[in-house]
Design a protein around this ligand. Structure first.
Ligand SMILES: Nc1ncnc2c1ncn2[C@@H]1O[C@H](COP(=O)(O)OP(=O)(O)O)[C@@H](O)[C@H]1O
Ligand SMILES: [Mg+2]
Length: 309
């Protein structure tokens, strides 16, 4: 099982759309996929179910927030209990394929405050233990799935920040995938994000090695690459302003860059033609629709090859 965090400090760069479409395409190809919505904005959640369905069935205890809360209240529940299979997706994929999701909650933002109170300690050794225990919570929770060989890939839609909840995703991840728009502000943050991730990984591994805790291993999440989103094409290639940004990131970031990219199409993405179904699984409407789907499929192919599934 490969765990992948989809992350960028910036909001609105297409993290959630990439998570949904990548997950859906891989599931279509027969991979067993779990999506986790770790963003308090819950956009991934509400791209699969309506707020009414969420309120009725998930709000009270069926979200990732409920899982963190239960842990803090001393009666932990298993992540397995939170796994949902959205109805529209199941209809589309059929019984043989698996695209599951763990939904988010608008109150997830408060979980960070709660987790922060668990950090620190009477002495350095206790503080290090607390740091590790708090930060590996999601990794620990996911262990059941990997032990049971339940999924081929877990995609975590991260919030646009580097709070403790986000850090639990990084610590749980084998891979990091960075979507970005080809503009100055969006690409500026990549370098800073990478430094934050390296800093976190280094602290975690230092603490693990200095004061070993049973079955806690050092981690080494690898950057799968940068995927450009919302690309505007002219003559079957990105317009020249966007090509310049892509070239700059290729040159300066030192990170792998996907050859394929996600095309911009406001109608298709802003207003999914079939509610609850990611664009990549919607039926052919016209040539521009097909061209967006082709791009998404190419990104999925590149991604699968890079993580080895
Ligand atoms: N390729 C695209 N073309 C046009 N609009 C897009 C595309 N990808 C995402 N969007 C829209 O842009 C907004 C932000 O996308 P989203 O995936 O939610 O980004 P993030 O998760 O990084 O905040 C949403 O309204 C979404 O529908
Ligand atoms: Mg999002």
């Amino acid at each position: 099982m490969h765990v992948v965090s989809i992350i960028n400090y910036k909001g609105g760069v297409g993290k959630t759309s990439l998570t949904a479409n990548l997950g859906a395409e891989l599931a279509w190809r027969g991979k067993r996929v779990l999506l986790i919505d770790l963003d308090a904005q819950a956009s991934l959640t509400f791209s699969f179910i309506t707020p009414d369905v969420w309120r009725e069935n998930f709000e009270n205890s069926g979200t990732i927030k409920g899982w963190f809360d239960a842990h803090d209240s001393g009666s932990p529940i298993s992540l397995e209990e939170l796994v949902a299979s959205p109805a529209r997706i199941s209809q589309r994929l059929g019984p043989e394929r698996t695209l599951d999701i763990i939904y988010s909650h608008l109150g997830l933002i408060n979980v960070d405050l709660e987790l922060a109170t668990k950090l620190g300690g009477a002495n350095l050794s206790q503080a290090k233990k607390n740091f590790i225990n708090v930060h590996r919570r999601l990794a620990e929770g996911l262990r059941k799935f990997s032990d049971g060989d339940v999924y081929d890939v877990v995609l975590i839609d991260c919030p646009p920040n580097f709070n403790i909840v986000t850090k639990t995703a990084i610590i749980a991840s084998d891979f990091i995938l960075v979507p970005t728009r080809p503009d100055g502000l969006s690409t500026l943050g990549i370098d800073y994000l990478m430094r934050s991730i390296h800093g976190l990984v280094k602290d975690y591994n230092d603490f693990v090695s200095v004061d070993p805790i049973d079955s806690v291993e050092p981690i080494e999440p690898a950057v799968v690459g940068v995927v450009f989103t919302m690309i505007q094409e002219y003559d079957s290639q990105p317009i020249s302003a966007q090509r310049n940004y892509i070239a700059r990131v290729k040159r300066d970031s030192g990170l792998p860059i996907f050859n394929s990219y996600i095309k911009r199409n406001d109608t298709l993405f802003a207003d999914a033609p079939e509610y609850g179904v990611p664009v990549v699984l919607t039926s052919h409407k016209n040539d521009s629709h097909q061209s967006v789907v082709d791009g998404l499929e190419e990104v999925a192919t590149e991604f699968a090859k890079m993580i080895g599934i």
